[in-house]
Design a protein around this ligand. Structure first.
Ligand SMILES: [Ca+2]
Ligand SMILES: [Ca+2]
Length: 173
C-alpha cells in the first residue's frame, strides 16, 4: 500500500480534517509545512512583512522576539520574491557592516546583489556615521544606509525539520 512521503502528501491534499493553507504555496518541489498566522510561505521559509517603520536594530530585535530573524536573502528566487512584496517601500534586510565586514544576521555566506554604485559611504545625509545597514530600495535592489533610518522590514523563519518531513515509521516507499 502507498505509504511514506507520497501517501502523506495525498492525505494532506485530500484530507477533510485539514483546512486548506491560508498562505500561498512555495515553488514546485518545496515541502509541506505551516506558517504562523499572518506570515507568508515561500520555499521552506515563512515571511512577515511590516507595515510600520523602525531602525535596523529595532527591526532586528523585533524579528528575534518573534523567534525569527531579519530576512536573509540566500538565492535569486528569494530576492525576487521579497522584492515583489516590498517594492516600492524601503525595507531593511538582515545584512549589515556593523562588525567591519558585510555579514548576514544568521551567518549565511555573504552574497551580493547591490544596486549600481552601491555600497557607498554617502556623507551628504547629515546623520553622521557610515552606511552600515542594508535595505531594499524602491526598485527592490540593495542599498546601504545609516542604521538609524526608519524603514519597513521583513522577518524570516525557516520551517523546522519536523514541519518539513513526513511522519516516520509509516512504512516504505
Ligand atoms: Ca532566506
Ligand atoms: Ca548607500
Amino acid at each position: 500500500s502507498p505509504a511514506g512521503w507520497e501517501h502523506w502528501l495525498l492525505g494532506f491534499r485530500g484530507g477533510g480534517r485539514l483546512s486548506p493553507p491560508l498562505t500561498s504555496p512555495g515553488p514546485p518541489g518545496s515541502r509541506a509545512g505551516c506558517c504562523p498566522r499572518g506570515w507568508l510561505r515561500f520555499g521552506d521559509s515563512c515571511y512577515w512583512f511590516s507595515g510600520k517603520q523602525k531602525t535596523w536594530e529595532e527591526s532586528n530585535l523585533y524579528c528575534k522576539a518573534q523567534n525569527s530573524h531579519l530576512v536573509v536573502i540566500n538565492t535569486q528566487d528569494e530576492q525576487l520574491y521579497i522584492q515583489q512584496q516590498t517594492v516600492p517601500w524601503y525595507t531593511w534586510i538582515g545584512l549589515s557592516n556593523r562588525s567591519g565586514r558585510w555579514q548576514w544576521v544568521d551567518g549565511s555566506v555573504y552574497t551580493m546583489d547591490w544596486r549600481a554604485g552601491q555600497p557607498d559611504e554617502s556623507d551628504g545625509h547629515g546623520l553622521g556615521g557610515g552606511e552600515d545597514c542594508v535595505y531594499l530600495h524602491d526598485d527592490g535592489l540593495w542599498n546601504n544606509a545609516q542604521c538609524s533610518r526608519r524603514y519597513r522590514w521583513v522577518c524570516e523563519e525557516e520551517l523546522k525539520e519536523h514541519e518539513m518531513q513526513p511522519p516516520l515509521g509509516q512504512g516504505g516507499w
